[in-house]
Every structure is written in structure tokens, then in C-alpha cells.
Design a protein around this ligand. Structure first.
Ligand SMILES: [Zn+2]
Length: 214
């Protein structure tokens, strides 16, 4: 759901694009609100933190995925745009958190993740402290640049445009929710995958242990 200053916040965020071609206008309202707020609160962030990847359309995701599948030069691992990330409140998230979800009036929709860069001028610990204060969290292990304001479980605790702050009832940290496989955008939505992964690891360990006397 959008809010009165949404367009103004998108305008404000455009100045922090790293190369200038990052499509900040795709950012979903809560992410735009919280990221704008974080920048307004910190001169250090305004001076040194940039938006490296804001999002892409479904067509762009398909293009990246096709290139990856066909092993074309210059293409990296990219999520299948049809892959289901999860479902919340009757809405199904697909592909990547960086892919527009077809859920906005323009038909293209919103993206739910932003990648940031400090070009070595800040450390991630400081950046994370600042961003967490505005309700933005890293949600992919090993990717300190990747931030979201909401996950498949709903909005992360933090400020909302209406002035409220939602409490974290379930004490679920973003890290706990996240994936254990290699896909950068897979988001964990149950305990089954963790259990399966633990079983796999147990089997691997078993396979490396000496087996009795023979
Ligand atoms: Zn990312």
C-alpha cells in the first residue's frame, strides 16, 4: 500500500543511485519509506552509501535467467522468474525479491529488495546499525548489501508511514528465515528445508566416517 509521500521519497532516493541507471522507482512503498528515512537520518549514509541495484522488471529477470540457462557469456546465476518464493495473504511472490511482482497499478509492480554499496568507504557494521534503526535488514546470509523491509512473513519490525512501529511478536530474525541453498534470493518459509539440509549434512558426515572394521 502506498502513502502520500511515496513519489517524493522515490524522487529523493534517485540522487543516491550508484551509476544512475538503477530503477529506484520500482521500490515497494515500505522499502522506499524506510530507505529514505535512513538517508535523511544520517549524513554518513548520504555521503557514502549508494544504491547499486534497485530492481528489475519480470522481462529483465527472464532475460537474465535465459542467459544463465543457456550459459551465455557474462551471465551469472539468476532465479527463474516463475519460481515461487512464497505466499502471504493470498499474494504469491515469484522469481526474485529484486523482480517486480506485478502488484502495482502500472502492471509492472514492486520490488522488495535493494542492494547497497559503500565502495569500501564505510563498514557494513555501521551501515547495518543505521539501516536497522529504520527497519531495514539483511535477509540473505553472505550478502551484507542486500536489504529488505518485508519478507514472506510480512513487514520487518520498524517504522511505518502512518507513524506506527510494529512489534516483532514472533522474535523471528531475518537470518532465521533465510535460505540455505545457493540462490541469492531464495527465502525460507518453513522449517522443512532446514531439516532436510541438516539431514543431508548428517549423511555427508556419515559418508566420510570410517565404517567399523571392514
Ligand atoms: Zn540483493
Amino acid at each position: 500500500m502506498t502513502y502520500p509521500d511515496y513519489e517524493a521519497d522515490l524522487d529523493y532516493l534517485e540522487q543516491f543511485r550508484d551509476d544512475g541507471d538503477e530503477n529506484v522507482r520500482l521500490l515497494e512503498p515500505l522499502l522506499a519509506f524506510r530507505l529514505s528515512r535512513a538517508y535523511r537520518a544520517s549524513k554518513r549514509l548520504r555521503d557514502l552509501l549508494r544504491i547499486e541495484s534497485a530492481g528489475r522488471t519480470r522481462d529483465a529477470q527472464q532475460y537474465l535467467y535465459d542467459g544463465y540457462k543457456e550459459k551465455r557469456a557474462g551471465f551469472n546465476l539468476a532465479a527463474n522468474p516463475d519460481r515461487i518464493i512464497g505466499t502471504r495473504g493470498g499474494k504469491t511472490f515469484r522469481g526474485s525479491w529484486h523482480m517486480a511482482q506485478g502488484d502495482a497499478p502500472d502492471g509492472i509492480g514492486y520490488v522488495y529488495a535493494v542492494d547497497l554499496t559503500h565502495h569500501g568507504r564505510l563498514d557494513w557494521g555501521e551501515v547495518h546499525d543505521q539501516l536497522r534503526a529504520s527497519g531495514l535488514a539483511t535477509t540473505v546470509p553472505g550478502e551484507p548489501w542486500h536489504h529488505q523491509a518485508t519478507t514472506i512473513r510480512g513487514p520487518l519490525p520498524g517504522p511505518f508511514p502512518d507513524g506506527t512501529t510494529e512489534q516483532d511478536d514472533e522474535h523471528m530474525t531475518p537470518e532465521m528465515e533465510e535460505r540455505f541453498d545457493g540462490l541469492a534470493t531464495w527465502v525460507f518459509n518453513g522449517t522443512t528445508m532446514i531439516m532436510k539440509r541438516i539431514e543431508e549434512l548428517a549423511l555427508q558426515i556419515e559418508g566420510t566416517l570410517p565404517k567399523g572394521d571392514d
